[in-house]
Write a protein that binds this ligand. Structure first.
Ligand SMILES: Cc1cc2nc3c(=O)[nH]c(=O)nc-3n(C[C@H](O)[C@H](O)[C@H](O)COP(=O)(O)OP(=O)(O)OC[C@H]3O[C@@H](n4cnc5c(N)ncnc54)[C@H](O)[C@@H]3O)c2cc1C
Ligand code: FES
Ligand code: FES
Length: 467
């Protein structure tokens, strides 16, 4: 089968395996060596490219790590490498980096240029410096020092404040942010015919887990590509029931206005998950089905008491509570021919409190040492129901059954929280590993459990009352 997409200004049709990474295609088939290979694990951002998708007659661009993206996932889309951003002189982003001495060896620079051009395209009416910095949260530079790159980001932001909201793409072209061919992309993509779903045995969403864990095998695995499968990509609320289709990305969840309205600190919690280019492709089903004991979305959804819907090849559908899904280390209540199609949970009501805590070795772009979430529905000071979860303290992402049950139906008090923390200690079995000793993880989870209450009820509890 032929995978068709636009690579910069050029139409590509390739018979290479759909599992080939965009990175390998770009460097070794198209011979565009500006896109660099640093880690091949999504950690460094040297391989960042933009992917533009035609949606409702508009182009939507996002940055992605090309080392983890199969070419099947860019079918019918616009892939932009640093070469595709070049003009016959430096573009505005490149010039800003030069103006502020934001490059030394230059290895990371194409990645930064691509991410900042992505920010230039996606920035709205009032672009902010903090949005510019967030756009490069997946890019690492080992030699320049970030201050000069940050100053370049500031210069770009002040230019973008002038952007014409009625004709953003034309403005970006006229001001030298982007080459002119960007204005033809929408039309060119609309003429690429749709293809049937590429079916195989092993499901793959964004690939951010599979391509890291099984990179050497991935060429030989018969993959079932779900990222663009129709009907699997929406975050939808009806009658206070939230339904997240399985290929929705972390970014889709993060930017959902319904979730932002219903869940306090939703944006801040989501920003703790990986980095912008990973969040743009990492799917919720991938997070649940990789069964990592520290998956952030898994821990959050356990505390929402979420249900998942599975479908097999014959269209048989069944539902299972997420808290009953994990049977042992990387073992799930899911048959080989089943896939997750959606996740549902009751949107927190006004009297429901929610909190997520995550501690890692560094604040951003790191997986958790320990993470935990809690959802509690209250009637004044009585806890009607509680759902509490913890990661990094057991072979599975753990729903804390006893702790949740001891809280439910009780009056909220310091004594109750202390008692619940004691019960919690009996439910976990952390192991010592590179992320910390078992004693440390125990202590950490207890403190994070206390943090839930301090954050949810700041006027009720002082830290010293709890510890
Ligand atoms: C640099 C980096 C940083 C990361 N940081 C974090 C982090 O901070 N927090 C965190 O939680 N995770 C993190 N991750 C892990 C990963 O990004 C997430 O778990 C992500 O949600 C996986 O989604 P995916 O679509 O990329 O999964 P994929 O790699 O596509 O798939 C993962 C697994 O799920 C299966 N699968 C995929 N879709 C389905 C489906 N619909 N039904 C059944 N099975 C399915 C696949 O077969 C595979 O076994 C990070 C990864 C990287 C590379
Ligand atoms: S090569 Fe490091 S993120 Fe892709
Ligand atoms: S300039 Fe050398 S790694 Fe960034």
């Amino acid at each position: 089968m032929m995978i068709t997409f636009l690579l910069n200004d050029r139409l590509i049709q390739t018979a290479l395996s759909p599992s080939t990474t965009v990175l390998d295609f770009v460097r070794y088939e198209a011979d565009l060596r500006g896109t660099k290979i640093g880690c091949r694990e999504g950690d460094c951002g040297a391989c960042t490219v933009l992917v533009g998708t035609l949606k409702d007659d508009n182009m939507e661009y996002m940055s992605v790590t090309s080392c983890l993206t199969p070419i099947a996932n860019v079918y019918g889309k616009h892939v932009v490498t640093v070469e595709g951003l070049n003009l016959d002189h430096l573009n505005k982003v490149q010039q800003a980096i030069v103006n502020h001495s934001g490059t030394q060896c230059g290895f990371c620079t194409p990645g930064f240029v691509v991410s900042l051009c992505g920010y230039a395209i996606t920035s709205g009416k009032n672009p902010t410096y903090s949005e510019a910095i967030s756009s490069i949260d997946g890019n690492i530079c080992r030699c320049t020092g970030y201050k000069s790159i940050e100053r370049a980001a500031l210069e770009i932001t002040s230019e973008l404040c002038q952007k014409d909201p009625a004709h953003p793409m034309e403005w970006l072209v006229s001001k030298g942010f982007l080459p002119e061919y960007f204005l033809t992309v929408r039309e060119r993509l609309s003429s690429i015919p749709k293809i049937a779903d590429i079916s195989g045995k092993i499901p793959v969403g964004g690939g951010t887990d599979l391509y890291v864990q099984k990179f050497d095998d991935v060429q030989n695995i018969d993959l079932k590509y779900l990222f663009d499968r129709s009907g699997l990509r929406s975050v939808h609320v009806e009658n206070d029931l939230c339904t997240i289709s399985s290929s929705s990305t972390v970014t889709d969840m993060m930017t959902s206005e319904s979730l932002q309205r219903a869940i306090p600190n939703w944006l801040d919690s989501m920003k703790l998950v990986s980095s912008t280019p990973i969040r743009n492709i990492a799917t919720v089903a991938g997070n649940l089905a990789n069964a990592s004991p520290i998956g952030d979305l898994t821990i959050i959804l356990l505390a929402m008491n979420a249900q998942i819907t599975l479908a097999n090849e014959n269209g048989m559908i069944r539902k299972v509570f997420l808290k009953d899904f994990y049977k042992g280390y990387k073992k799930m209540d899911m048959q080989d021919d089943e896939i997750i199609i959606e996740i549902t949970f009751d949107l927190p009501e006004k009297n429901t409190w929610f909190n997520f805590e995550k501690v890692c070795k560094r604040q951003y772009l790191d997986i958790a040492t320990v993470n935990t979430a809690i959802g509690m529905t209250m009637n004044h000071d009585i806890i009607i129901s509680a759902h509490c979860s913890a990661g990094g303290v057991s072979p599975v992402p753990l729903y804390l059954r006893k702790t949740s049950s001891v809280l439910s139906g009780q009056k909220l008090s310091v004594e109750l929280i202390r008692r619940a923390a004691e019960i919690l200690a009996t439910e976990i079995a952390p192991i010592s590993d590179v992320r910390g000793s078992s004693e440390y993880k125990r202590l950490l989870l207890r403190q994070l459990f206390y943090s839930h209450f301090i954050n949810m009820f700041p006027f009720m509890f002082e830290l010293k009352e709890l510890i």
